[in-house]
Design a protein around this ligand. Structure first.
Ligand code: GUN
Length: 291
């Protein structure tokens, strides 16, 4: 069993970006600038946004963190996005999800200029991705593809089972893995909450991507010997022995599944760092299109 070490692969991507940013700077060109919007005080969302801002600092990007109270109106949020859309210094806009119930995710996503939509959630960018055209690809599935590429995983002709159908991970993941690309060229099955006999599908999988947000959902009896297992889950579960009071749990019962795998991602240190590295790549791409 080998570890798909996301920390290591993400560091390699950040190191490359650092060099590219230094080159831009030396040539007197524009430096990438990411604007991140956080609404409310959800602990996990605050942590993710802080990690994104920190990654910007590390690679030499500019970043602006805009933090609103939970009670901000949708109109005010949309006004801010429109302002960022027209600000020539801003290359990427991300609004951390989930948003409070009184704000429509759809309205917010659709209001972001597709050329600054570094999360790749705007329908125009989703459309390009589905057609296999160059565009901003959502950070988590993009990060997983970069991870498979980094460790030269053989995906061609393999059966990939994606568990979860969210717009952020499961659906785009299924599209990327089925694309005529490397990594890619998989035969893909999507399983979700209404799928009967998920275990039967998983047992046929050469690659499992678990992205449903249920700790330890994928157990050893669901995994074929030699499978590649990608764990997207990062649920916070109470743990009194930790200073924070919680630990992060993946969707995969790592301890029992890992011995059966050819490759597996740990949690933490697998998909999480790759998500952020992919966002940095998207932001760099956005800036490059203007330089
Ligand atoms: N919430 C969970 N994942 C993501 C992500 O990739 N981008 C944003 N904006 N919000 C998220």
């Amino acid at each position: 069993m080998q570890i798909l070490d996301g920390k290591k692969a993400a560091q390699a991507i950040r190191d490359e970006l650092k060099i590219e940013v230094a080159q831009l700077s030396a040539e007197g060109k524009k430096i990438p600038h990411l604007a991140a919007i956080l609404v409310g005080n959800n602990g996990a969302s605050s942590t993710y946004v802080a990690a994104k801002v920190k990654a910007c600092e590390e690679v030499g990007f500019k970043s602006t963190l805009i933090h609103y109270e939970e009670t901000i109106s949708e109109t005010k949020l949309l006004d801010k996005i429109r302002e960022l859309n027209t600000d020539p210094d801003i290359d990427g806009i991300l609004v951390q999800l989930p948003l409070p119930k009184h704000i429509s995710d759809e309205e917010v996503i659709n209001s972001i200029d597709p050329d600054k939509d570094v999360d790749g959630f705007h329908p125009i960018n989703v459309g390009y991705m589905v057609q296999g055209l160059p565009t901003f690809v959502p950070a988590t599935p993009h990060g997983i593809m970069l991870l498979l590429e980094h460790f030269k995983a053989d995906t061609k002709g393999k059966h990939a089972v994606v568990v979860g159908r969210s717009n952020i991970v499961g659906r785009p993941m299924s599209i990327l893995l089925s694309g005529n690309s490397n990594p890619g060229n998989c035969t893909v099955t999507i399983c979700h909450s209404q799928t009967k006999n998920i275990k039967d599908f998983c047992l046929q999988a050469d690659i499992i991507v678990a992205a449903l947000g249920k700790p330890d959902f994928i157990t050893a009896d669901m995994v074929k010997e030699g499978a590649i297992v990608i764990d997207v889950g990062i649920t916070r579960v109470e743990d009194a022995t930790k200073k924070s009071g919680f630990k992060l749990k993946g969707d995969v019962d790592y301890e029992n599944v890992a011995p059966k795998c050819s490759w597996i991602t740990p949690v933490p240190g697998g998909v999480g760092p790759m998500t952020i590295a992919a966002l940095m790549k998207n932001t760099f791409r956005s800036c490059s299109q203007k330089n």
